[in-house]
Design a protein around this ligand. Structure first.
Ligand code: GLN
Length: 305
């Protein structure tokens, strides 16, 4: 397995030159596009790592499954589903891509920004600061790492420049789908995206999702198995955005990407994988990261299909 990861690192390193680091959040433009880190945690407790697996980056959209899990724990499936749907496209089979019909919860998905912003309103807490703290603590618990914290510079950078997310939040508000103030909800969302992790943290979190909600070391049930099924299923269909179909064919495991360069891969019952490679394709997914996962999946027969 050590040799396999070293080989993957060698083979996939050149792909880091095929992508670009995100620049629409100015602070992310400082990332080193040549970074590539891999961390694998297996169900027998062994872990394997290669490259810049220790390097820290912001979790960005990889927080979306965690937000969803906490919303499920706080409210149960019925309430979450009534607020944010689960369909990859949110459109009927004969939809024309332009519509002026009202926005409904069925059009939302927890893995894309608008759905994740709506999910923030479901996290319990007397203030949005408290909601974020609960999310941060839950992330630390899933990763088994109490040192996980907020990257203040990335948070402030996105808060200052996040017009598109503001537009999405105002759209939710205009359709009566956001009861609270746009700025306070977005503040929680921007902070959530700016949680600082490394590949190991992502592999540990992925492992809990692969292990039906049970932590590896403590054997503690961190969330019910049915929530693992719910979150993994949505990651499978939408975790790589509009690249999810291609990813399902090439890799075939539930995964979630983020524009910080992270990918969290869940191989049910077998392993959690954390990847860091911040050079992204045009869809916002890590180019070298997908290459690593594709090769890992082929050589270890990980695809669930
Ligand atoms: N914080 C980012 C945003 O909202 C997250 C997007 C992503 O990682 N794909 O734009």
């Amino acid at each position: 397995m050590e040799e396999l990861l070293d080989a993957l690192l060698r083979e996939c390193q050149p792909y880091t030159a095929h992508g670009k680091v995100a620049t629409y959040i100015p602070e992310l433009a400082k990332g080193d596009p040549s970074d590539l880190g891999i961390y694998v945690l297996r169900s027998d407790g062994r872990h394997y790592q290669a490259g810049s697996y220790r390097k820290h980056f912001t979790i960005q959209s990889v927080v979306k499954p965690i937000l969803l899990l906490l919303a499920l724990l706080d409210n149960g499936e019925e309430v979450v589903r009534a607020k944010v749907g689960v369909e990859a496209t949110g459109k009927p089979f004969d939809a024309i891509n332009v519509t002026d019909s009202p926005l409904l919860s069925a059009h939302l998905n927890p893995m894309v920004n608008m759905g994740a912003i709506a999910i923030c309103t479901l996290i319990h807490g007397s203030s949005y600061e408290e909601r974020f703290q609960r999310l941060l603590n839950f992330t630390r618990q899933l990763a088994g790492n109490p040192e996980i914290d907020l990257d203040e510079a990335v948070y402030l950078s996105e808060k200052r420049t996040g017009s598109k997310n503001r537009a999405l939040a105002f759209l939710l508000k205009s359709y009566g789908m956001l009861e609270d103030g746009v700025e306070e909800v977005l503040d929680c969302y921007f902070k959530a995206c700016s949680i600082r992790v490394n590949s190991k943290d992502l592999a540990n979190i992925a492992f809990v999702l692969a292990n039906h909600g049970k932590a590896l070391q403590s054997d503690e049930q961190l969330f019910p198995p049915e929530y693992a099924r719910y979150v993994n299923a949505i990651m499978m269909t939408c975790g790589m955005y509009d690249g999810s179909g291609d990813f399902a064919i090439r890799v075939g495991i539930p995964a979630k990407s983020g524009v910080g360069g992270g990918i969290m891969g869940v191989v049910p019952t077998r392993m959690g994988v954390g990847i860091f490679a911040p050079a992204l394709d045009e869809k916002g997914n890590s180019v070298a990261g997908i290459q690593v996962l594709e090769r890992l999946s082929r050589r270890m027969y990980l695809s669930i299909f």
